[in-house]
Design a binder for this molecule. Structure first.
Ligand code: C5P
Length: 241
């Protein structure tokens, strides 16, 4: 605790080409960071064996495959992810309440509510790479992005998910609305001066922490740095200041 806000946990996104590159990063950063995120790029290349390798290094895996399908298919995917020992996984809240409930049931079948091994289920709301303009392609509704995120977060809560993924720009409203136990995972994190890349709704690590995020997902600012370890040190220092 800094006194004013909780220091969030940093998750490093392993959006690299292949397993050896990912494992090199994990070995370099373990001890500084506990959670590593495997997304569709690395999972498609390496499969579940990589999850087990990262687990065997004593680190936690966030499987970010953003499931979005009919309830029965998502239930099967969640069941498989649970058997690989992941600590957190994502599904799209736009898949609907029934789909999210089917995912929750799978986790509950396998893990006791208080089991330390129970993975967190978090729902993706509106991607941090999406702008208001992008949304107009799929919807003519005039809602602000933050209103849409709030509505989707309410659905996630209703379905029994542990929390959601959203940008730091919506975090404060979500925290106020859904309380301290609702998990907020925030990508689109950019240390000041760093390029936004393809992300649109970005924030610095410190402003996301102040807004109330529990987990910060950080990819390119770490794995593209000439020294990923120094990049992480800088982020952790900023969070503790
Ligand atoms: O490199 P960068 O820090 O932008 O990476 C952000 C990571 O977070 C990527 O792996 C991306 O897939 C993921 N993510 C996101 N926005 C979401 C959900 C996940 O950027 N809403």
């Amino acid at each position: 605790m800094s006194g004013k806000w909780n220091i969030p946990e940093v998750i490093v996104a392993l959006d690299v080409e292949e397993g050896n590159e990912a494992l090199k990063l994990v070995r370099e950063l373990k001890g500084k960071v506990d959670y590593f995120k495997i997304g569709s790029r690395l999972f498609t290349a390496e499969g579940p064996a990589l999850i087990e390798k990262i687990n065997s290094l004593g680190c936690s895996v966030f499987l970010d495959l953003k499931f979005h399908d009919i309830p029965a298919t998502v239930a099967g995917s969640v069941r498989a992810a649970c058997s690989h020992g992941v600590r957190m996984m994502t599904l799209h809240t736009t898949g609907g309440v029934e789909m999210m409930k089917a995912a929750v049931r799978e986790v509950e079948k396998k893990f006791d509510k208080f089991s330390a091994k129970r993975p967190l289920l978090v729902g993706v709301t509106v991607l941090t790479s999406i702008s208001r303009e992008d949304l107009e392609i799929i919807s003519t509704a005039q809602d602000e992005i933050s209103d849409i995120v709030l509505k989707l977060a309410a659905k996630a809560k209703e379905a029994g998910l542990d929390g959601i993924v959203s940008s730091a720009l919506e975090t404060e409203r979500i925290r106020k609305e859904f309380g301290k136990d609702f998990v907020i995972v925030t990508p689109g994190i950019r240390p000041s001066g760093y390029s936004t890349d393809d992300q649109k709704r970005v924030a610095t690590p410190k402003s996301a922490a102040k807004a109330g995020s529990n987990f910060l997902v950080i990819g390119r600012p770490v794995y593209r740095a000439s020294s990923p370890a120094l990049a992480v040190d800088g982020i952790l220092r900023e969070l503790k200041e």
